[in-house]
Design a protein around this ligand. Structure first.
Ligand code: ADP
Length: 477
């Protein structure tokens, strides 16, 4: 390109010579053109070289003209225009250099923003950003340090092994300039940018570094915001997916519940219808009639329990809560009575109840406490189909001051860890091949939880599959 500009100078010189005559001096202004061309294409250096050559060549024509014409307007114009190509070359060259520098910086900034916008940990992209900064500022070494929220900041260098240290020996004898800039996008410091150059860092260089540091800080802040948004969107997506899954499960559980509920209701109803019909249509001997009446009573009780559970459940579900009448209770005698009933009905299970001696005073709704206990005891039996030990305990909760605990422990089939959080939800029944024939609506534990909450208490479970479960109801003393 420089050669082209020099060629143009030669062409202009030849043109002026050919034009000859008195008026050819006006053509000398054309010497500015090659200087302008070189300045735009090659910056200050190109502009200066070509401008100098142009001025020299021009002087070959100007000085003889002055000699011939003496001091005249034409000579004066010639002297002034001698400086034009050189001045124009240097000035325009400088402007071209500046705008080229800005363009490089803008490109680098775009690259930095692009690289920071990529998804993934910030630390991985920082090395690239350090490299781009080094290139854009034309420095020898760059280190970027970002505060990462924890104790250890994230850092990257270009070249990779650069670690600025105050006292370290330097291999090069050239004096080195270091610039440490704070990265701050207006919301507080996010890190630091350390630059080193062997040689000088001019005021213009420092200005560019400052501007770039401000932009890098903004890009980092943006990248963090984007990362935050991405994280938030991911979390939201997971939550929505979880809620949808849960709704689907509930829907399925409700359908299953309807099937089970009709089956559960039909079983005692069939027995009631069968035995009452027998007694109405046949002459039944008194001892047999007594037995039938016993069956009818048991089935009517079962029906009553199911309907009671359903009513309680719908009351709790509709937000009305359980109706409670708290009174000072003899918890020990409630447990004793239930253990006795259950033990008489389930001879394959061994009931372990240390006695009422240590049972503290409790103010609660008698019926609610009785139903919670019955539900837990009947589950302990249902879910240990091979028989086994059922331990009932009551006392002051050691880990919850002011609370009374009532626990029922069995050594039955246990519950898988992943199902533990769901068993207190209504309609939930956990599949287990050993207890697939166990009857139930999946409402018992949800009622226990509802009644415990209504008292200001809670219910907890610990369980190991194959080993057994321990349910603990906590009520305010
Ligand atoms: P139901 O007994 O009518 O199915 P529950 O709400 O009482 O409903 O219990 C919910 C589920 O929790 C049961 O289906 C069972 O899978 C599990 N579960 C409850 N108690 C026990 C226990 N003691 N041992 C093992 N699993 C239990």
């Amino acid at each position: 390109m420089i050669l082209g500009a020099l060629g143009l100078i030669a062409l202009i010189a030849v043109g002026i010579r050919i034009a000859g005559g008195e008026d050819a001096w006006i053509l000398q202004h054309l010497y500015a053109l090659p200087a302008l061309w070189a300045a735009l294409a090659r910056g200050t250096t190109g502009g200066a070289i070509v401008g100098l050559v142009a001025s020299l060549v021009q002087s070959l024509g100007t000085f003889p003209l002055i000699e011939r014409a003496g001091v005249s307007w034409v000579a004066l114009d010639g002297i002034i225009s001698l400086a034009t190509p050189m001045t124009l070359g240097v000035t325009v060259g400088k402007l071209a250099d500046q705008s080229r520098g800005r363009a490089i910086q803008l490109d680098a900034l775009l690259e930095i923003q692009r690289s920071l916008a990529v998804a993934g940990p910030l630390s991985e992209r920082l090395t690239e950003v350090a490299g781009l900064t080094r290139q854009a500022l034309g420095v020898d070494r760059v280190r970027l340090v970002l505060e990462a929220g924890g104790d250890i900041p994230v850092a990257a260098s270009a070249p990779g092994n650069f670690w600025p240290s105050e006292a370290g020996p330097r291999a090069s004898a050239t004096p080195c300039r270091r610039l440490v800039l704070s990265l701050d996008a207006g919301q507080g410091r996010v890190g630091a940018l350390i630059l080193e150059r062997d040689g000088d860092l001019s005021a213009a260089d420092r200005g560019r570094a400052n501007a770039l540091a401000a932009h890098v800080a903004l890009a980092v802040e943006n990248a963090r915001l984007t990362e935050h948004q991405r994280h938030f969107a991911r979390e939201l997506e997971e939550k929505v997916a979880g809620a949808t899954r849960r709704l689907r499960e509930l829907d399925q559980a409700k359908n299953e519940f309807l099937t089970i509920a009709s089956h559960e209701l039909r079983t005692p109803l069939t027995a009631l219808q069968g035995f009452s019909e027998l007694m109405l249509t046949r002459q039944v001997p008194p001892e047999r009639a007594q037995k039938y009446l016993g069956h009818i009573h048991t089935e009517a009780q079962r029906l009553g329990r199911i309907v009671g559970d359903l009513l309680d459940h719908s009351r709790i579900e509709s937000g009305r809560g359980a109706e409670l009448s708290p009174v000072p209770l003899d918890l020990g005698s409630i447990i004793e009575a239930n253990v006795e009933i259950f033990a008489s009905q389930h001879p394959r299970h061994h009931f372990d109840w240390p006695g009422a001696a240590t049972v503290p005073a409790l103010c609660a709704d008698r019926d609610a406490v009785d139903r919670m206990l019955k539900n837990l005891l009947s589950n302990a039996i249902k879910y240990s189909p091979r028989g086994g030990r059922v331990r009932v305990e009551a006392g002051l909760a050691q880990d919850r001051p002011g609370m009374v605990e009532l626990s029922v422990e069995d050594d039955g089939v246990g519950i898988a860890a992943e199902a533990l959080s769901r068993i207190f939800d209504p309609y939930v029944r956990v599949a287990n091949p050993e207890t697939s024939t166990a009857s139930g609506l999946g409402l018992g534990l949800s009622l226990v939880r509802g009644l415990a909450h209504a008292h200001g208490g809670s219910v907890e479970v610990e369980s190991l599959p194959g080993k057994g479960s321990r349910f603990r109801v906590l009520l305010p003393g």
